[in-house]
Write a protein that binds this ligand. Structure first.
Ligand code: PAF
Length: 294
């Protein structure tokens, strides 16, 4: 009699919830010569995630998605308990993008009793969201390192929407010599300019209108840049003037940083820069960014 655990399939996708079984499955896939592409997510998939999955489909024989709302990256006053979830809808969307396997662990299995390790990317996590969400990037780096060890991907796909997160993970992969290629994929916007985010689901129709201010401010700075403006303060002022006209916005930060390492750029830009913004509309924290490069 076979003692092997039967494979669970939902919408044609193999679904695994046990970290140990996931690692075994992926060791076998590697031994079979499969190239593994991996998209880590917290679920409630939108077109941004779908674009990552499609890019992964082109880069691997086995396309793996993880869905895990990672408690370690949420602060005490944040939205962990109300974070939107829809496993069935997620698997449907993932299937349409050609996903082979979904890893959907529980918090107890990822962080069993006695878990105590934290990964800190000490410099890149400073400033920006790192200042406003203490401990957030340690939570992200720790879970992504664990996921990489379980999934053993050849290529890891992440969105540029979470720009600082992408740089934190790139740095961790480089510093720890993890044998994985990190591929950053472009931020996707809705027709109204708002960056796609699972958290947009929290916005009322009125708040959604107000949320457009973030991208409008970034577009205004990009337009000034396109017309030749290179002075850091002038670009920031341009975006600030749009943000200031939206009383519903509680701004966390608006900052210009070097696009490759997030250091402060010189007062006159010479290299590609990224303009990053974060703030609250009502109870919903939104982030957005735009690249300023020739
Ligand atoms: O970007 C996200 O959805 C999460 O931060 C990630 C990378 C899946 C880690 O939990």
């Amino acid at each position: 009699m076979s003692t092997a655990t039967p494979t669970t399939r939902l919408h044609g996708i193999e679904v695994i919830d046990s970290p140990a079984r996931m690692q075994q499955r992926m060791i076998q896939a590697r031994a079979d010569g499969k190239r593994i592409a991996f998209v880590p997510t917290m679920g409630f998939l939108h077109e941004g995630h779908v674009s990552l999955l499609k890019a992964g489909r082109e880069r691997g024989d086995l396309l793996v998605l993880s869905i895990f709302v990672n408690p370690m990256q949420f602060g005490a006053s944040e939205d962990l308990s109300r974070y939107p979830r829809d496993l069935d809808g997620d698997l449907r969307k993932a299937a349409s993008a050609g996903t082979d396997l979904a890893f959907c662990p529980t918090p107890e299995s990822m962080y069993p009793v006695g878990f105590q390790t934290r990964v800190e990317v000490t410099e890149v996590q400073k400033g920006l969201c790192g200042d406003h969400r203490p401990g957030h990037f340690a939570g992200v780096a720790t879970v992504v390192l664990k996921l990489i060890n379980l999934v053993q991907p050849h290529v890891l796909l992440l969105g540029e929407k979470d720009y600082q997160q992408l740089q934190v993970i790139r740095r961790m992969v480089r510093d720890l010599a993890l044998p994985v290629e990190v591929l950053g994929c472009p931020l996707i916007r809705d027709d109204d300019g708002v960056a796609l985010s699972s958290r947009n689901a929290y916005l009322s129709p009125h708040e959604r209108e107000q949320a457009r201010t973030l991208s409008q401010a970034l577009f205004a700075a990009r337009q000034a840049f396109a017309h030749g403006e290179r002075r850091r303060d002038a670009l920031l002022d341009r975006a600030h003037s749009i943000l200031a006209a939206q009383p519903a916005l509680r701004l966390d930060y608006l900052e210009l940083r070097d696009a490759s390492d997030l250091t402060l750029p010189p007062s006159t830009l010479t290299d590609p820069a990224v303009l990053l913004v974060a703030g609250f509309i009502g109870r919903t924290r939104l982030i957005d960014n735009i690249l300023l490069a020739r």
